[in-house]
Design a protein around this ligand. Structure first.
Ligand code: PXP
Length: 235
């Protein structure tokens, strides 16, 4: 499996003092040099961590893919079409949430999501939809024309014992169904150095997007080691 490193929380730390340190661009470069195959950044509508210029600088400097996470709204669509990152991952967004708290409801906003997917694809951008491991959502995602889904692993990560096994089953079934339809499957949210190896049990996953645990570990061992340890765990 490949590793997309989410560096949003490097920006969280930078913004705590309103200065330029730590550098989001350098975090992208170190992650790239340590084996990441993509850098993921979430440009939120409230710009609480990543800001427009971070995405622009990363796109200019990095050789690996930029995966732009964003809400399915016109402002973000227009930004993405101008910047042309390798991929966009559409996520639900609520202003008060601490992090992305659930998958996108593709079923209930089908026409709207389908239009945004089509606009992004027409600009040459690969599109992924961040959804819960729910078969109806998988089917609707396929019908929008998106090439990828990213399965939300938050419930798996938060559960333990039997409940965690059930969540893993849900992820496995969703991944199998998605691949039968012809979708490529990524996964992410809440994955860490303890639970990530279970992702190997899910057939055919392409890439894991991991942020908080890597940036947290980086405080103690350095970002290069934190990224390369994770690369090794999922190889
Ligand atoms: N994938 C998506 C779509 C996300 O929104 C996030 C959190 O920003 C992640 C992956 C990474 O989650 P975590 O920071 O818990 O590793």
């Amino acid at each position: 499996m490949k590793l997309g490193v989410n560096i949003d929380h490097v920006a969280t730390l930078r913004n705590a003092r309103g200065g330029v340190e730590p550098s989001v661009l350098d975090a992208g470069i170190v992650s790239q040099n340590s084996g990441a195959t993509a850098i993921t950044v979430h440009l939120r509508e409230d710009r609480r961590h990543i800001v427009d210029n971070d995405v622009i600088e990363l796109k200019k400097a990095l050789k690996i893919n930029i995966n732009l996470e964003m809400a399915a709204v016109d402002e973000m669509r227009d930004f993405a079409i101008k910047l042309k990152p390798y991929s966009c991952c559409l996520v639900p967004e609520r202003r008060q949430e601490l992090t992305t708290e659930g998958g996108l409801n593709v079923v209930s906003q089908f026409e709207h999501i389908k239009n945004i997917v089509s606009d992004l694809k027409n600009a040459g951008i690969v599109v992924s939809l961040f959804i819960d491991p729910d078969l109806e959502q998988v089917k609707a995602s396929y019908e929008t024309g998106a090439q990828y889904i990213e399965l939300h692993t938050g419930c798996f990560a938060n559960a333990s014992g039997e409940d965690q096994e059930k969540e893993l089953e849900r992820l496995k079934n969703a991944a199998i169904y998605a691949q039968e339809l012809g979708l490529n499957v990524n996964a992410g949210h809440g994955l860490n150095y303890e639970n990530v190896s279970r992702m190997k049990e899910i057939e055919g996953l392409c890439e894991l997007n991991i942020g908080h645990s890597i940036i947290s570990r980086a405080i103690f061992v350095g970002l290069d080691s934190a990224v390369s340890e994770m690369v090794e765990l999922i190889a």
